[in-house]
Structures are given as C-alpha cells and as structure tokens.
Design a protein around this ligand. Structure first.
Ligand code: FCB
Length: 442
C-alpha cells in the first residue's frame, strides 16, 4: 500500500530536491570551476574520474525537468544555486548568465504553481577560494555572505525558503577528516576549522540576509543515528562520540551557541583562536531547520589510539545500492529528538530522503518497487513524528533525477526519473508514477 496524502496536514509541502553541480552541467554558461572538478581529476577519488561538467545538462533541459516536477503534482522544488556559476572567482565579478539562469528557473518553478526552495551552497566551492584554503580560511565566510546577498538580491523576492548551506558535516568532517569528498583532506586541524567556519559562513550569510530584508531563512543538516555496534561500554562510548560529532555539533551550535563537550575533547585544540566570539552570530534565530536523512551507523572502538578512536561497522539490515542500511525508524527518532531537545516549535522539513538502486530499463520501464517501499516507510516515519507533536512542514524526495552522486560518479541512481547519461533522455520510474498518483489523487 503506497502512502496516503490524507495522513498529512492540508498545507504539508511535498517536493523533490536536486543540487546544482549534480545536475546542471558545469561546463555550460561560463560557470567557474570548483573543487569537485580537481578532486575528480585526481585518480582514485571519484569512480571513473567522472565529474559534473555535463551531468544531466539541466542547464539546457531545465524546463523539461520542471515540467516533470509539475506533472508529478509536487508543491515545491528544492534546488541549489552554484556559487562558481554566479561568481566564477568566488568573489568580485558576477557572471550575468549565471544569475539570469536562476532568475528564469525561479520564474519557471512559480509558473508551474510550485514554491522555489533554494539552497545557496551545496558543495561547489569556487576554485580560487579553494586555492586560498577553502573552508579552512575564515575569509571564505565573508565571501559567502557577499555571494548570498548577490543571489538573494536577484531571486529573494520570489523564493519561499532559503537554506544557507547543505550538510555542514559533509562539507567539513567527511571532506577534511575522512577525505571522501572534496577537498579530500585527512587532517584534524583542517576538520575543526572547517566545522567552525562553515557555521560562521551560515551565520554571516543569515545576518546579511536579515539586514537586507529577507526571511524564510535556515540551514540544512544531515543526521544519522549513531548506535553502539554491540553491548559493550566501549562501543557505547564510541557511539556517543560520533553522535556528538555528527548529530549534535551543528544543531547545538545554531540553536544553543555551543559545541558538545564530547566533540570538543578532540577538536578544541584545533579550532580558530577566539572561536567562542563567533557563537553569537552562529546561533541567531532561524526560521526553519532542514533535515536530511538516509540511514543509521553502528560504531565500535578503533584499534588505533588517536581521537576519536571509533570505527563504523556494517549493520545487518537490508542495504541500498550505496550499501546504506534501510532504517526508517531513525527518521522518526531524529525528528522527535530534534523537536524535544533543540527546535521546539520551529518548523522542520525533511529536505532530503531517498534511496539509490541499480535501476534497469526493461521494455522502456523501470519497475523500482523497492524505492516505492522506501518512500512509503519514510513518509510513514514522518507522519508518526508529526502525530507525536513534531512540527514538520514538508518532505522532499532526493532526488528528482539520477545524477552525479559525488565520489560514486553516475553509478548510483537516486532519481524518481531515470537519466540515460549518453542520450540524456529522461524516463520516469514506477516510483514517480506512484507518487504522482498519491499527490494528484489520480
Ligand atoms: C546527501 C547530499 C546529496 C546526495 C545525497 C545522496 O548527503 O546532500 O547531494 O548526494 O546525500
């Protein structure tokens, strides 16, 4: 049984999400390069050294893609603006073509009766800023606030919601400690600095946008329940440390102006001097918090002594094409935990949730029943959290289209719509039609 819209409040927003570098095709429209281009050009970082130069060529086919959104019956479209498309050097001169593109896109979303939900930074850091240390350099934060103002000057009058940054944990820890995303560092000092600076960038952009009269402002965080791999005390401690780093660091900073002790233990010596003075701008009032949720993780102690002294372990649950466990209960738990501990009545949105599958075209169709089940279960989890009092305003499926899945290249397919990366032909999957049926009562 697929989900039923009547379980959700009348004004509940259903949408789908994308991100600029994953779909647009960065080679078009005089966009500047970003650190994913060089990361991908370095052997071993991205499957097949693939990159976002062409992607789904949404830069050309955006109208067709918006038509697909509209025909599915979505209320809103979450997309990101590309910093290097708008400011190729990350500062100074603006690329007018880039701004025009987002201007047309926003009108296109509105013309089709949907609300535009914009994210200002979804990981495409302009190369000239990467050259100067990227998120390890405090100056990047001020440049980001300038860029935020430029974008919002142009489209802010028409967007329904604006998130400053997408997934600070990925931008900092995954990219500077685990080395899995650009810039591919594995350095604790770079990690601590980027974890702080990305929040400072958020805060500086928030103040700038408030000063220039914008509202509907927030940020998008990713969460993953960190659970002990076994019953031991040591695994419980490992899970608590990762919970502090992954789930608590960012939400605690923006809602309470502090960082969790368990994470400061390893990171504080590497934070920028006088970091405490930034906590006020980091923790200014938000209009919403976006929650990205995919899976859970199990932790146990690592063999080596260096902090955080944890390692993750494969769990026993059913896996997606990413190897991620399917764990819908975690979404309900995270939403309720956020409401109870941090946000109270502040609106929450599930800004991303989705599943990668090795979808195959058979007789021109993709019968992705597993995706339908995944969506149903996670909408069910969302509805449960709602009925238990969490103030959840919307749910966005990740993603509208199969796309450039970062270090995994084009191999991992999250889309409701299949994309043939040779011909760029779009074919809606069974899950798309199921959602369409539910959303349009068709
Ligand atoms: C999230 C990212 C998004 C996509 C999904 C699968 O972490 O925000 O761009 O890669 O994971």
């Amino acid at each position: 049984m697929f989900f039923d819209r009547s379980r959700f409040p009348d004004k509940f927003t259903f949408g789908a999400a994308t991100a600029a570098y994953q779909i647009e095709g960065n080679a078009k429209g005089n966009a500047g390069q970003n650190h994913w281009d060089t990361f991908a050009a370095t052997p071993g970082n991205v499957v097949g050294a693939q990159n976002g130069a062409r992607a789904c060529d949404h830069y050309t086919f955006w109208q067709q893609d918006l038509d697909l959104m509209q025909a599915a019956g979505f209320d809103a479209y979450r997309f990101s603006t590309s910093w290097p498309r708008v400011q190729p050097d990350g500062r100074g001169a603006v690329n007018p073509e880039g701004l025009d593109f987002y201007d047309r896109l926003v009108d296109g979303v509105l013309d089709r009766g949907m609300d535009p939900y914009v994210t200002l930074y979804h990981w495409d850091l302009p190369l000239p800023l990467a050259d100067k240390g990227g998120w390890c350099n405090r100056d990047t934060c001020a440049h980001f606030a300038d860029y935020a103002e430029i974008i919002m000057d142009r489209i802010g009058d028409r967007v329904a919601s604006t998130a400053t940054v997408n997934e600070p944990w990925c931008i900092s820890y995954l990219s500077h400690f685990l080395g899995q995303h650009a810039p591919g560092l594995r350095d604790i000092r770079a990690t601590a600095r980027s974890m702080h600076h990305i929040l400072l960038a958020h805060g500086m952009a928030m103040s700038r946008l408030r000063q220039t009269g914008h509202d509907g402002l927030g940020l998008v965080l990713n969460f993953e329940p960190a659970q002990p791999a076994d019953e031991s005390e040591a695994s419980a401690r490992a899970a608590a440390t990762q919970h502090a780093i992954y789930n608590r660091w960012f939400i605690e900073a923006v809602t309470r102006g502090k960082y969790p002790e368990e994470a400061l233990l390893g990171l504080e010596p590497h934070l920028p001097q006088h970091w405490q003075d930034d906590m006020e701008i980091i923790s200014q009032p938000l209009d919403f918090v976006g929650v990205n949720y995919y899976t859970r993780s199990l932790y146990e102690p690592a063999a080596e002594p260096a902090w955080p002294g944890t390692r993750s372990k494969q769990g026993p649950l059913k896996k997606t094409q990413m190897g991620w466990e399917v764990y819908p209960q975690g979404l309900e738990d995270i939403l309720l935990w956020l409401s109870a501990e941090y946000v109270g009545d502040l609106p929450l949105y599930v800004t991303e949730n989705g599943i990668a599958l090795a979808d195959r075209l058979e007789d021109g169709k993709i019968h992705d029943t597993e995706r339908c089940a995944y969506i149903t279960e996670h909408l069910q989890a969302t509805a449960n959290a709602l009925s238990l009092g969490a103030n959840i305003k919307g749910f966005f499926y990740w993603s509208l289209l199969d796309n450039f899945e970062w270090a995994h290249g084009y191999d991992k397919r999250f889309g409701l719509v299949h994309v043939d990366f040779k011909t760029l032909r779009r074919v809606p999957k069974f899950s798309y039609y199921m959602l369409q049926k539910a959303l349009t009562n068709g």
